[in-house]
Design a protein around this ligand. Sequence first.
Ligand code: SF4
Length: 566
Amino acid sequence: MPEEREVLELDAVIVGGGPAGLACAYRLQELIDAHNEDVAAGKKEGPDLSEAMIAVLEKGANVGDHVLSGAVMDPRGLKELIPDYEAQGCPGIDCSSDDVVLLTEGKSVKFPGFAVPKWLHNVGNRIVSINRLVKWLGEKVEEKGAQVFPEFPAADLLIDGEKVLGVRTGDKGVDKDGERKPNYEPGMDVQAKVTILAEGTRGSLTKKLVKRFALDDGKNPQVYATGVKEVWKVPGCDAKSRGRVVHTMGWPLARDEFGGGWVYFMGEDLVSVGFVTGLDCADPATDPHAKFQRFKTHPYVKELLAGGEMLRYGAKTIPEGGWWSRPQSYVDGCLIVGDAGSNLNPARLKGIHTAIKTGMLAAETAFEALVKGDASKATLGGYEDRVSGSWVKDELYAVRNVHQAFDKGMPWAFLDLGLQMITGGRGFKDKYAAEAGHERMRKVAEVKSSAEKPKFDGELTFDKLTDVYNSGTTHEEDQPCHLVVTVDPNHCSTTCAEEYGNPCQHFCPAAVYEMEPAPERDDGREKLKINGSNCVHCKTCDIMDPYQAIEWVTPEGGGGPVYTDL
Ligand code: SF4
């Protein structure tokens, strides 16, 4: 007998309390309020939406705990959502200057301004801690009257035939063997006329939806990078550098590797320092955390952090595929927005503004569906028309081939990007193909690994466990592992160990995966140990496992990092 679950009926449920989801909730509530006022004043006819209920479900213990970004935000999206955002106390400071620097081993060369692609100019943008920004936006949403429910992970989709009916939230109080504990509470069925997936990068429900409805047919596969960052306190740095933005290219990446570094001076003597490593690399020993730690040892970067102290750590994947990787973002009853829908601009390394804007466009579409009483594809398909008619398409289409240009390595990429700039993003042909990152990974026998692990000194460089401690990550220990290995565990000890050298122990930036001695085996091989409570929810493993045998699912609500100032 199916278990009886509480049912909550809403007009719109939004999965994910990041910039896209919160912008969507804010705009939808605003449209509903304006509609109700106009109907009440007799200015227009329409259904009574005065009882309409909108809720945002957020898996973190607090809104903002699980979001992570560099971040330099183009304020365009926020300006459209809340025109007086500064007067309303939106956190962040203006970017005062920006540099792009090429690093080689031990040396650095600053690009002259004219040689910097316009995508990388940042004066006029805003340096933000995305945790602070999202917490502030969450307050604005609640002031508008929409509900925000933290500690509610959406664990599954409710689908009837071709229609999404809502989501089921995760059960609470289940032990590591799947048995019910005394505090067991089954998850709720949250039914809604419109469901909006705003889960961010590699959303677990978005992944299911895309697969179930083949929404990626004819699209490029999504390609990802992993961003690893720390926030430092560097006393006195504000006086010289407040508002300064530095991006780096080159070292410690090999010529055929995609990525780069950043150092942002955020005010309050805080410095955001981070490194992006493309997950479309051949070397199975690639370790984004190690690359970041090495990056900080470069004299140029070390100097910027001199006298400082590391305060916070976090990691997150970045969907870099851009326009050609956007799945069809609507089905009956459901829309996909923000990073979950590949709306990040990979050339500008920016996705907060497009997340906000796509959230707003989804809100307008959902509002139309509520007024018409029709949330079928016929109405929700209007979301794509809205995206195509907006600056989101202008921006993404102009850089549609940028990430793919790096597939042949750095020198070629510069030539290609030059041509793309002249041809409005076309380059050598209109649509460059892409390959999923895990398919580019080569077996250990086929590559000479260049992945070097730095020595961690505990002052400038830190091991993964120290960094995880500074991410504030905790999970209930006695719960089913939320990193589900879908193959026989022996596969890890044998096939994967031989072919790829167990890359999960390298690419995870939180030391979740370890190969440990297995005295019970008679072949002397090691076995995989999963330290799930370290997981910072970056999703690298779900993306990068060469056999696609790791599935990230939502843990019990509230578990995960507690990011602050990141
Ligand atoms: Fe990221 Fe997976 Fe490691 Fe969690 S287990 S931190 S999602 S790579």
